[in-house]
Design a protein around this ligand. Structure first.
Ligand code: UTP
Length: 277
């Protein structure tokens, strides 16, 4: 069983400056909901109710979002506007939220290691809220939990990318397992290779299921690309022992950490919203 989901949310979001100067990137809205709320809803749909969030300086709005606002509740109670709070209230009721701070931005691997105190010694999911996923059917994390239940090892979600984009992602190499067309046993992975160095065009997106063994590996992982501790490097150590599965998920992914991806997501969700009306 996967009971906890870690949200590394300490990054500076420099590509969205100046808005991210005082507003966490994870609080940028797609229609009326912030990115991180979509992530929490996805985790909840996978049966996970314990949300563990790695924050940093300037990220207090995330904590406030997942808390009751007494003043607001008091103001709109009994009015025609009360229903606007229904969705977030029900989410807060169903989940618990705990937080820890990453004091220095030493990379995603370091952020995940910082979250150990909230996770402990059990397998857990990781969602990067700036990768917004959408599926008509099972949410991506629901699909991944099923893969984890079968293979009982680390699972990373992948998608095929244009090879020219390889230096923006962790890239995997591996072999298809069983008779599947979408599940790979990873042999090797590399962080942000140039297109000529990339072993394949299969890129890791912001969804992981990790076993607690990853913390021991991260503790001894040296700084890699960009001088930061990379989760890809730590997972590569486990991949060499055959302990990482890559899963080509079904659904759509929007890179909301970039302006282009963010606009695409906004347009996509707005079109759906209009059609539902
Ligand atoms: P990104 O590199 O996409 O986020 O990290 P960023 O650094 O905030 O964005 P830019 O490049 O400056 O625009 C992927 C995810 O990992 C988290 C980020 O918050 C984001 O969700 N992260 C990254 C951390 O929590 N800590 C880090 O040290 C690095």
């Amino acid at each position: 069983m996967i009971n906890k989901c870690l949200f590394p949310a300490a990054g500076y979001g420099t590509r969205f400056l100046p808005v991210t100067k005082a507003t966490p990137k994870e609080m940028l809205p797609i229609l009326t909901k912030p990115l991180i709320q979509y992530g929490v809803e996805e985790a909840l749909s996978a049966g996970i109710t314990t949300m563990a969030i790695v924050t940093g300086r300037g990220k207090r709005a995330i904590e406030d979002h997942f808390d009751i606002s007494y003043e607001l509740e008091h103001q709109i109670k009994g009015t025609s506007k009360e229903h606007y709070l229904d969705e977030i209230r029900s989410l807060i009721d169903k989940c618990t939220f705990s937080y820890t701070r990453q004091q220095e931005m030493n990379g995603l691997g370091h952020a995940i290691l910082t979250g150990e105190t909230l996770i402990g010694d059990e397998p857990f999911a990781v969602i990067l809220a700036d990768d917004l996923c959408y599926s008509n059917d099972d949410a991506v994390l629901v699909q991944m939990v099923k893969i984890y239940e079968k293979y009982q090892c680390c699972v990373v979600a992948i998608e095929e990318i244009d090879i020219e984009q390889s230096d923006k992602y962790g890239i995997i190499d591996g072999k298809l397992v069983d008779d599947s067309r979408d599940i790979y046993r990873v042999s090797h992975m590399v962080e942000k290779p140039s297109p000529t160095e990339a072993p394949t065009n299969m890129a890791i997106i912001g969804r992981y299921i990790l076993t607690p063994e990853i913390f021991d590996v991260l503790r001894v992982t040296k700084a890699g690309r960009g001088g930061e501790i990379q989760i890809t490097d730590a997972l590569n150590s486990l991949a060499k022992e055959g302990k990482v599965i890559a899963y080509q998920f079904k659904g759509k992914r929007f890179d909301c950490g970039s302006v282009d991806g963010y606009m695409k997501a906004t347009n996509y969700f707005y079109t759906m919203y209009k059609e539902e009306k």
